[in-house]
Write a protein that binds this ligand. Structure first.
Ligand SMILES: *Cc1c(COP(=O)(O)O)cnc(C)c1O
Length: 375
């Protein structure tokens, strides 16, 4: 196996899920979003560990991601969060995925296909309360819920919405989330007033799990928190969660360079004095973004060393200083789970992005090594 690896600490995932559970009412279920290969952690192994830890629902972005889980033998209910196209309807039914639905014509088409296959499809009506991404208008919710209930081959399994700024602590954003919450509870109440039963009402992402306990309803959908990062950096109610992903590599070369020697493409770093440079077999194609140099320091043993010069596609260089104790093949910690280490949040801060983009960005060619399963 190559030196650059993502170690996936499934014990931390289970720990995080248990921490989240402690925040919920006993009847409230957890749906774990495992879209984008479980935010880069590996969808199948993550899903299996999560189900063992008490997650009852999974969510994927696309039908294809749902098929991957089903083909691995996962039987838990799976919501498919992005809107499918018509040609994906057969697979939704065949693989028993639960799509979000938002409009009359798609509901009709789904019902028609389900009838031909003599199956019933569980669906979730998605209401747009302020995200302006997908969802019906709150004013259409009763009409569409009624249509679903009347469709012989559909079952209304859930009603859902999604928050735009639940991870923000500003007064304005808290008010916006409060407003989304109210539009949603009103729409849910108006559906229930017609006598329709909704098995699962769900809305909360990680930010809402942390900051809006009222929005837990019957099920929550926290992704980021389960993977070990806080959507709200401060906040009195921070849950104790631990990062699940660790990214390591090894030194593959150490060489001395003279003062005045430049390092890497663009020659924008030059040694001020004689120094030792180590080459690491990790680059931006692995997900170590170019924007991390200058800025990121990586750990070897108890010491941190700066990446110097431009990060290349497959390699980068660090400055070991004039009297290095580091040896060829030593392990290098890019980010991890140890309290000393950088986390994906540290990298996100340096690169001007969010931890989601860091873990999702760890390329497929970086092997995932799963540890501490099933304790
Ligand atoms: C991705 C996603 C989530 C999870 O969001 P986090 O911020 O990771 O908790 C929840 N709901 C929907 C609809 C999503 O697309």
């Amino acid at each position: 196996m190559r030196a650059t690896k993502a170690i996936i600490h499934l014990d931390n995932l289970e720990y995080n899920i248990k921490q989240i559970k402690q925040r919920l009412a006993p009847h409230t279920k957890i749906c774990l979003p495992v879209k984008a290969d479980a935010y880069g952690h590996g969808a199948v192994r993550t899903a299996i560990a999560a189900i063992r830890a008490g997650v009852s629902y999974l969510a994927v972005a696309s039908v294809q991601e749902g098929i991957e889980l089903r083909e691995a033998g996962i039987v838990a209910p799976i919501i498919s969060l992005s809107l499918p196209i018509l040609e994906e309807i057969d697979s939704i039914i065949e693989y028993k995925l639960e799509p979000l639905v938002i409009d009359e014509s798609f509901i009709n088409e789904l019902n028609r296909t389900a009838e031909m296959q003599r199956k019933t499809v569980a669906v979730h009506l998605k209401i747009d309360t302020g995200m302006s991404r997908i969802g019906c208008k709150p004013s259409e919710a009763v009409k569409l819920a009624t249509q679903i209930v009347r469709a012989k081959h559909l079952r209304l399994q859930g009603v859902a919405t999604h928050f735009a700024v639940a991870d923000s602590e500003t007064e304005e954003n808290r008010n916006f989330t409060r407003q989304q919450f109210e539009h949603f509870t009103d729409a849910v109440a108006s559906i229930r007033n017609t006598g329709i039963t909704i098995p699962i009402v769900h809305a909360a992402n990680s930010g809402a799990v942390q900051a809006f306990p009222d929005a837990q309803f019957d099920m929550v959908r926290p992704g980021l928190l389960a993977y070990g990062y806080h959507p709200l950096k401060r906040g009195a109610s921070s849950l104790d969660v631990k990062p699940v992903m660790e990214l390591i590599t090894q030194v593959v070369l150490i060489k001395q360079i003279r003062a005045g020697t430049s390092v890497s493409y663009g020659r924008d770093w030059t040694a001020a004095e004689d120094t030792y440079i180590a080459t690491l077999p990790i680059g931006y194609a692995d997900g170590l973004r170019r924007a991390l140099s200058p800025g990121l320091k990586v750990r070897i043993g108890n010491e941190f060393f700066p990446i110097v010069g431009k990060i290349c596609m497959d390699q980068c260089m660090i400055d070991l200083g004039s009297k290095p104790w580091v040896q060829r093949w030593d392990e290098v910690h890019i980010f991890g789970t140890d309290t000393r280490d950088n986390t994906a949040q540290t990298l996100a801060d340096i690169a001007g992005t969010i931890p989601y983009e860091i873990t999702c960005g760890i390329h497929k060619r970086v092997p995932r090594v799963f540890i501490n399963e099933c304790r």
